[in-house]
Every structure is written in structure tokens, then in C-alpha cells.
Design a protein around this ligand. Structure first.
Ligand SMILES: Cc1ncc(COP(=O)(O)O)c(C=O)c1O
Length: 471
């Protein structure tokens, strides 16, 4: 991190201390067995097992299937499939409904059903229930949370880590906290322009980053500069023109809707040139990328160039929750100023226990990352589409075309969602396909066959991964 940023954080913390606004975590020890956390209790496996299929095989009722085909809006009431005698599923009746193969979830390693992770959650629930319910600053933070933070800090090669209720909350908390540096150092009540924090944000960043920036602007702390997607010349020019000294660049590391990687090496070079704080949202890269699952920065060998790594436990870890891996001083600042952290209940103990087990399993079961890469290669071989990650974005254009394609896939037995505005810009509606370690080559072959009946693979626009729909 640039020396300036260290100084600004120190000054903000001193100011908070003088105002008696510095906050602390006070872990409550609920576990009397620290061996819970050293990995001894965790079993790992060396290949795909039957339970992994739970994360990609689902059933929906016949009426839900019909509603989806006809795009009938629903509030999600679940219709319990009935057996011949009308018994509830799980008693004596057979399960009816439509079986689908999911190519739409974010459980990239297939860990949500892993026995070690189930066991960790179940054991913690048996022993502690949900644990103390309250914000982490009041009574919601336990030794389970502390151990999870330590394992995530180690994974991300950072000094420390702060858990948040979700990844969305983590991005909001960090951005509001970084903006608070402007208000804490301002000479007047409202920061003057030069005292603000200039945040440079990729045009395709996740909604939680955008909302955090909107809030920071509303609080008169942040001025936002949006650079064209992954366009480093544009970013360089914006940075060079900007007279605000406190500069931050924030980017998704692997873009959730497009499946492309941020240009990490170029970002690291620009960071040296302009001394900005580099913040990445590694929601889709954590556990899936890098040799040990350390994420996109590990994959691109630039972990030390990333100052702050934000992530989620709701995707490849198969759990839920968010985190900010950073220095101890940054952690103190976010704990004291990040409102979506401060004013929200801490994650339940079983979830912290499950995520801790998932962190361990994800690192040890490296074959899962290899399996994802193999599925990516299978998809490339079968379709000729030069995808670079496990998130496949097939742009079909209009909303109507994307819905037709998604309906065709549904009829063929695949859950592949059509992504439409406001998630993506108008006329760039797409099919978003996600590949997981729980998929087999056979699954990808069947998917490609079904896709080939609604998409012309040869008409691909490689630049935009854009395809012409046959429908
Ligand atoms: C890039 C990115 N960041 C953050 C989030 C939010 O994570 P969570 O689902 O844990 O709130 C998501 C999830 O949709 C995401 O795709």
C-alpha cells in the first residue's frame, strides 16, 4: 500500500479515537475445543462422489415448469409434489416433477453438499444453536468467527480479515469506510472536493460496489470515476487527470455477468505509477482460481499488489457470508465506520463453522479446481467458444431472444437463466452458464448439444462473446 494511504488510515483512526468512535470486537468463547479448528476433524476426498450431484441436480413441480415456460410471474410459493395417495414427498410416495440440471448456480466447487461441511454446520448447531444473535460489535462475534477470519486472512495472504453478513454488505461496508476518511480529515463539515476520496470503478462492477459508491457520493465523501470495462488506457487517463490525492481503484476480479478477468497485471503496473489503493471483489475467483484457491490475484501472481480483497462465502465455499481481507488497521476502520457491518447481525455459528470447514476442504481438494478447468476446456472443445473462465456469457441480444433461448434450454432439461436489464445493459441480454466441479464431461456434452439447437456457434463474435440466436 502506498505510504500515503497508511498515513491517511492512521490519521482517520486517531481522529476516531479522539472522538471515542473506535470500535472493538469482543469474541465470546463458545467452543471449549480448539481442535475443532485445526483441520483434524475435517475429512477430505479425492474425487467426485454421489453427494456432489446434489449441487447440480434439482427438481421443480410440473406447474412451476409450466409457469417458467410461459414466463408467468411468481412470488415463489412452493407446490409440494404429491404422490399417488397425495402423501408428502419423503414419506411413501414417489417424487413427481421435472428434473433439471443446474448450469446457473455459483456453487462452483460443489461444496454446498460436502459431508465435512454439513457435519461442521450440524455439529455447531447441535452444540450452540445459532449462537448469540446480535451485531459482531455487540455479542454476535464468537471464537468460530475469529477462526474463520484467521483462515481467510491466511488464504488471501493478508494480515487480517473482517467477516460481514454477506458479500453485498462487505462491499458496502468497505466503500463507506474508505469514504469516511474524507469526512474525518475534512477541514469543514463537508469535505471540499480536494479532500474527497476519488474512486475509479470498472463500468461492469457488481451492484454492491455501485450502491456503496452511490452512498459515498450522497455523503459527500466520494467522487466516482467510471472507466470503460477493463480499459486500462482509459483508467490511466482518468487517474492522470484527477487532482484529488486520495485515489482508489475498485474492480471485480472475475466479472460475474461476462466471465472475463480484470487485467490484474496492468492494474498492478498502474498502481505503481499512480499509488492508488487497489481493491478487488474476488467473489467469483475465491477458491476457484489460483493454485491453493487463493483467488484471481494468486492466479495472476500479484497478491501483494492487491491492498484489499473482498469476497463472499456464498459461491464456491457453498455457504453464505462476506469478508474483507486487509491489514489490521483497515479492519479497525471498517469495524468502526462500515455501517452494513456495524448495524447487521453477525452470521450464525453453524455458518461460520461450515465456512471454516469449506475453506479447509477447498484448499485441500485441489482436484475440484482442476475439474472446473477441465469442464471449461470441454465447453471450449465442444462449442468452439473461446471462454476463459467457468462463467460463460452468451450474448443473444434482445430480451425476447434470451427468453426464447432460456425456454428452449428449460424444455431440454437445463436450468440456464436469461440475464436481462437492469442486470445487464439493454440489447445485451444473455444466457449465463456456470460450470462447476460437480458437472461431468457428459453433462457439458448434453448442454452443448441443447445449446447448438438454439445458438449458431460458428457465428460467434469473439470480441464480445456474442452469438446469433437461431430462434
Ligand atoms: C461480484 C459480486 N460481488 C458481490 C456479490 C454479493 O455476494 P453475496 O451473495 O454474498 O451478498 C456477488 C453476488 O452476487 C457478486 O457476484
Amino acid at each position: 500500500m502506498s505510504a500515503n494511504w497508511d498515513e491517511w488510515v492512521e490519521a482517520a483512526l486517531s481522529k476516531l479515537e479522539s472522538l471515542k468512535l473506535l470500535r472493538s470486537l469482543r469474541p465470546i468463547n463458545v467452543s471449549n475445543n480448539s481442535s475443532n479448528f485445526d483441520g483434524h476433524a475435517y475429512h477430505v476426498f479425492d474425487s467426485l462422489r454421489q453427494w456432489d450431484r446434489t449441487s447440480v441436480e434439482v427438481t421443480i413441480s410440473d406447474s412451476t415448469f409450466r409457469n417458467w415456460l410461459n414466463d408467468i410471474p411468481s412470488c415463489g410459493a412452493i407446490e409440494v409434489p404429491k404422490g399417488e395417495e397425495g402423501n408428502v414427498v419423503g414419506k411413501s410416495c414417489s417424487r413427481s416433477g421435472k428434473k433439471l440440471l443446474l448450469f446457473s448456480g455459483n456453487d462452483y466447487l460443489g461444496l454446498s453438499a460436502h459431508p465435512t461441511i454439513r457435519m461442521a454446520a450440524a455439529k455447531a448447531a447441535q452444540e450452540h444453536g445459532m449462537g448469540p444473535r446480535g451485531s459482531a460489535l455487540i455479542c454476535g462475534y464468537t471464537d468460530y468467527h475469529g477462526h474463520l477470519e484467521a483462515s481467510l486472512a491466511e488464504l488471501k495472504k493478508k494480515e487480517d480479515c473482517l467477516l460481514c453478513p454477506t458479500g453485498f454488505a462487505a462491499n458496502m461496508a468497505f466503500i463507506v469506510a474508505v469514504g469516511s476518511i474524507a469526512s474525518l480529515s475534512a477541514s469543514g463539515r463537508i469535505p471540499a472536493r480536494a479532500e474527497k476520496v476519488a474512486v475509479f470503478s470498472d463500468a461492469l462492477n457488481h451492484a454492491s460496489i455501485i450502491d456503496g459508491l452511490r452512498l459515498g457520493e450522497r455523503l459527500h465523501c466520494i467522487e466516482t470515476f467510471v472507466y470503460r470495462h477493463c480499459d486500462m488506457s482509459h483508467l490511466d487517463a482518468l487517474l492522470s487527470d484527477c487532482t484529488i490525492s486520495k485515489k482508489v481503484v475498485v474492480t471485480d476480479s472475475l466479472f460475474s455477468m461476462d466471465g472475463d478477468f480484470a487485467p490484474m497485471t496492468e492494474l498492478a503496473k498502474l498502481r505503481k505509477k499512480h499509488s492508488f489503493l487497489l481493491v478487488i471483489d474476488d467473489a467469483h475467483g475465491t477458491f476457484t482460481c489460483g493454485e491453493g484457491g487463493g483467488g484471481v490475484a494468486q492466479e495472476f501472481d500479484c497478491e501483494s499488489d492487491v491492498d484489499i480483497c473482498i469476497g463472499t462465502l456464498s459461491k464456491a465455499a457453498g455457504c453464505t457470508g462476506g469478508f474483507i481481507a486487509c491489514s489490521k488497521r483497515w479492519k479497525q476502520l471498517v469495524m468502526s465506520r462500515g455501517r452494513s457491518f456495524i448495524f447487521s447481525t453477525a452470521m450464525p455459528i453453524p455458518m461460520a463453522a461450515a465456512a471454516h470447514a469449506a475453506t479447509f476442504v477447498a484448499e485441500k481438494e485441489g482436484w475440484r479446481r482442476k475439474a472446473i478447468q477441465e469442464r471449461v476446456q470441454d465447453f471450449r472443445d465442444l462449442t468452439g467458444i473461446p471462454i476463459t473462465s467457468h462463467i460463460v456469457s452468451i450474448i443473444v441480444g434482445s430480451e425476447e431472444k434470451s427468453l426464447l433461448a432460456s425456454r428452449h434450454m428449460l424444455k431440454s432439461g437445463f436450468h440456464v437463466t436469461a440475464i436481462r436489464p437492469p442486470t445487464v445493459p439493454p440489447n445485451s441480454c444473455r444466457l449465463r452458464i456456470t460450470l462447476s466441479a460437480a458437472h461431468t464431461r457428459k453433462d457439458v456434452k448434453k448442454l452443448a448439444d441443447a445449446l447448438s439447437r438454439c445458438i449458431n456457434f460458428q457465428d460467434i463474435d469473439v470480441e464480445n462473446t456474442e452469438l446469433l440466436a437461431k430462434l
